[in-house]
Design a protein. Structure first.
Length: 109
């Protein structure tokens, strides 16, 4: 990832309006900031959330709170917990699943 052709700046997340995306079950509330070709997000997944479709995009994800299970089309399952990050390669299709508690993550793609 090359981060270029952007203006260096502070992102005040309190001023970013959240959007909501429905999953197969549950929903995601996402605050998104775009600059150049880079998308930066803070997302909160509801309890008992499951993605509605496979995501082929590459991401860098940092888990702020809760536990997010990532299931890959290849059959691999990984649990992302607070304080941990994951780097997902472009084309490595995956879905996210939460348990009984909501999950908050920070994503760059």
């Amino acid at each position: 990832m090359e981060i270029k052709n952007i203006n260096s700046q502070i992102i005040n997340w309190d001023l970013v309006d959240p959007g909501e995306v429905k999953g197969e079950t549950g929903f995601t509330a996402t605050k998104e900031f775009r600059t150049g070709d880079t998308r930066i997000r803070v997302a909160e997944y509801s309890a008992n959330y499951k993605s509605a479709e496979w995501c082929p995009k590459g991401h860098i994800i940092y888990c702020i709170e809760g536990e997010l299970k990532l299931v890959f089309k290849s059959g691999i399952e990984l649990n992302l917990s607070p304080g941990n990050s994951i780097i997902i390669e472009e084309g490595d299709e995956h879905i996210g699943i939460t348990g009984d508690s909501p999950v908050r993550i920070f994503i760059v793609d």
